[in-house]
Design a protein around this ligand. Structure first.
Ligand SMILES: [Zn+2]
Length: 295
């Protein structure tokens, strides 16, 4: 809880393997944080409450909304919110993880002007904020609109890209941002390799994925057979801005770090962020930081 809103947000830890993560979870700082959050939520009588903090995209002090949407529930010990998906700003409507990645984007773009950033999203609050705020950078966003479209085409103002087969030239981007996308891709290894291809040397990809930290190995829930999704496990869908729901193909476990490195990233870590001042509660928020060395 040491982050001030005036200094750059730094991770409390950069994790490279499961043992390091285990040690972090057993550290006093994380134990205290989790205990505080659990007791705080459990003590509430109402299933909706607010926590005051500073919203970086809005540049304002606000009261972040925590309710029981997106899987929050009442347990015998009291309310248990989905901290990652809530703590929603009343103005920009971005939740905990969306505001966190926005803060990190702002920090990366502040290093130098004229950077080229690709976001694997376009019809979202994050894209709109980055696109309208950072006008001295080149900002490109896209959505996946369907197999009938050619990659790189713009349909009704929205660029279509398939991250297994991007339309971009090699080494185009300084920064790639991918928020909860890779679990919806039939072949994530192909997508990782595409990200390496279009990233400049010295560039970085920040990504969030629903991460199954209790599993060593990723689980393939679905695959493409004869052009159609074949469900190997009961289907799970996540909401998205352009279709009723996206099928989850992969539950990522710890081997995702190995796969990201094998795809060509030179350094891959899971950066853990905690900041009460910025409304980043929830036992530590995880951002996968994948960089490409200059060599
Ligand atoms: Zn906001």
């Amino acid at each position: 809880m040491t982050n001030s809103i005036l200094s750059p947000l730094q991770p409390i830890a950069s994790i490279h393997n499961r043992n390091e993560f285990k040690r972090l979870l057993e550290s006093d700082e994380l134990k205290q944080l989790r205990r505080f959050e659990a007791q705080f939520a459990a003590s509430l009588e109402d299933e909706k409450f607010t926590i005051d903090g500073f919203c970086v995209p809005c540049g304002k002090n606000v009261s972040f909304l925590v309710d029981m949407q997106v899987g929050g529930r009442k347990t015998p010990k009291g309310w248990l919110p989905n901290w990652r998906e809530r703590l929603e700003c009343p103005i920009c409507k971005m939740n905990n993880r969306q505001r966190l990645i926005s803060t990190l984007i702002k920090q990366l773009l502040s290093v130098k002007p004229g950077q080229t950033i690709y976001l694997m999203e376009q019809i979202t609050s994050i894209y709109n904020w980055v696109h309208t705020t950072f006008t001295d950078h080149k900002v490109i966003g896209s959505e996946y609109l369907g197999p009938e479209y050619q990659v790189g085409t713009v349909i009704n103002g929205v660029r279509h890209e398939n991250i297994e087969n991007l339309s971009f030239n090699d080494a185009k981007f300084d920064i790639i941002i991918s928020n909860d996308v890779f679990e919806h891709v039939p072949n994530p290894l192909k997508a990782f390799a595409e990200c390496v291809r279009v990233l400049k040397k010295g560039g970085v990809m920040l990504t969030t994925i629903p991460f199954h930290s209790a599993s060593d190995e990723s689980v393939t829930r679905a695959r493409i057979t004869n052009g159609n999704p074949e469900k190997l496990l009961p289907p799970v869908y996540h909401s998205n801005p352009v279709s009723p729901g996206s099928l989850v193909f992969t539950d990522f476990g710890w081997d995702v770090l190995t796969h990201l490195k094998a795809s060509g990233f030179s350094d891959v870590s899971i950066d853990v962020y905690v900041s009460q001042a910025l409304g980043h509660l929830g036992g530590g928020q995880l951002i996968f930081s994948c960089s490409l060395g200059v060599q």
